[in-house]
Design a protein around this ligand. Structure first.
Ligand code: NIG
Ligand code: FE
Length: 429
């Protein structure tokens, strides 16, 4: 039986993200990054998983479908697009809490990696795990993502580093994406670090990636994007260029981890390749800020990693925004540098540590995240025709989303118009 339409009415603040130039279709840059399209006492009418109408409650109530719709009074809520978290490493077997304690005692992330810990310790345990062992934990995390307002999540492989294990990860991602509740977007990160068996011949591993792993992943349609950790201790820009160029030939669009641990040239490469996104960028140079600002590449900032590593150099968000770069925000959820599922916490860090305004942070975490995943025609803002992916916070003002840090105030989340989280039992199922 087709479901009844759903009318979410009287939202205290409805953030549509409609901009002052609604005809512009690219990611938000400069002043437009802070445009929330805020409607007080706003309403969203949902039918068939999509937004049928949106605007002031008085007007939406007059829509022909509104009369027979199930109604929700959202008087106590701020309603906004579900978060589009465009960078995560969701599939891993266990935390690395021991390394966390070592780092607190003064051993650096890179030193731990040199001793064989870090990413490689997750690789060792992941290779031993089966897909059916990996899926339940990821499933529990996905419920937590939904509970914090996230409706779409990019997920990278990269803890397998051999064909069989990488495919195992990507198949878990595919299975969980079909299952829901959160829509997943798969990225192949076979070039995370050089696996131990290729330690002394990294170029042979690059060759394996290009000759065998990338073509196989692409032909099985297991990933939409290809990422490289281009940094000290991982891959050089020259290697990254080879890998991403052949990924593109196979139909996977490039993205890059760039300038996180050292300034190695990843940002420049991203701009040159017109990568879909360049992520991290804590150590980006002035010249590369200009290069990325002039490119279509989205600059995805991951302040959770800086926070969790106990560092103080955050990415220069203000300089990027002022130069005209398209900035997005994501969790980078992973066991080594950023074990958080909370986009609201990422917004708090973006505001206080990178001086983004609450409005800029919200657009970066929704619409620009959707652009970073090439899904902005369907996701990331609330407009008639777009998918009904919504998050609601029990607050009086949208600025309170980053302001009240450390408490989850998301109360319900809808994916394609269906409830995926409802703390108040308010939404008809
Ligand atoms: O984005 N920098 C590389 N990859 C992850 C960390 C992965 C890990 O430590 O397990 C990141 O920070
Ligand atoms: Fe990452």
């Amino acid at each position: 039986m087709p479901r009844k339409p759903l009318l979410i009415a009287h939202c205290r603040q409805l953030l549509t993200l409609r901009g002052s130039r609604p005809e512009a279709s690219g990611p938000r840059r400069g002043r437009a990054l802070g445009e929330l399209g805020l409607i007080r006492d706003g309403a969203v009418l949902i039918a068939g998983g999509r937004i049928e109408a949106i605007g002031p409650t008085r007007r939406v109530e007059r829509h022909r479908l509104a009369r027979r719709a199930e109604k929700v009074n959202a008087r106590d809520y701020i309603v906004l697009p579900g978060f589009v978290d465009s960078h995560s490493h969701l599939i891993f077997p266990a935390s690395r809490a021991g390394e966390y304690e070592q780092r607190i005692a003064g051993v650096s992330y890179e030193e731990i990696a040199r001793r064989g810990g870090g990413i490689l310790s997750t690789v060792r345990s992941l290779r031993r795990a089966t897909g059916s062992q990996l899926a339940p934990q990821a499933r529990r995390w996905l419920a937590q993502f939904a509970a914090h307002g996230t409706t779409t999540l990019e997920c990278k492989s990269g803890y397998g580093l051999d064909l069989k294990s990488e495919i195992k990860i990507l198949e878990v991602i595919r299975r969980l994406s079909r299952e829901g509740p959160v829509e997943l977007v798969a990225t192949f990160l076979g070039a995370h670090v050089v696996p131990p068996e290729y330690k002394r011949r990294p170029d042979r591993y690059v060759e394996l990636l290009i000759r065998r792993m990338i073509p196989t992943v692409a032909s099985r349609n297991l990933a939409e994007f290809c990422d490289v950790f281009c940094d000290r201790g991982a891959f050089t820009p020259a290697q990254a260029r080879l890998i991403l160029t052949s990924a593109r030939v196979c139909g996977m669009d490039p993205r890059l981890h760039a300038e996180q641990l050292a300034r190695t040239g990843g940002a420049r490469l991203a701009a040159e390749l017109h990568a879909v996104s360049a992520d991290h960028l804590e150590l980006i140079s002035r010249a590369d800020i200009k290069r990325l600002a002039a490119s279509p590449t989205i600059c995805t900032l991951l302040p959770g990693a800086v926070f969790h590593l106990g560092k103080s150099t955050y990415a220069p968000a203000r300089a990027l925004i002022e130069a005209g770069a398209a900035v997005a925000l994501a969790t980078d959820f992973n066991p080594g540098t950023s074990p958080t599922v909370s986009m609201p916490m990422i917004l708090s860090l973006a505001c206080t540590q990178m001086r983004m305004s609450p409005a800029e942070a919200i657009v970066a975490a929704t619409l620009n995240g959707a652009h970073a995943l090439r899904r902005a025609e369907r996701l990331g803002s609330l407009e008639a025709g777009k998918q009904a992916d919504l998050a609601a916070f029990a607050l009086c003002d949208y600025r309170e989303i980053p302001y009240y840090f450390g408490t989850n105030l998301c109360r319900w989340t809808l994916k394609r118009g269906r409830v995926i989280y409802d703390a108040d039992g308010q939404i008809p199922r």
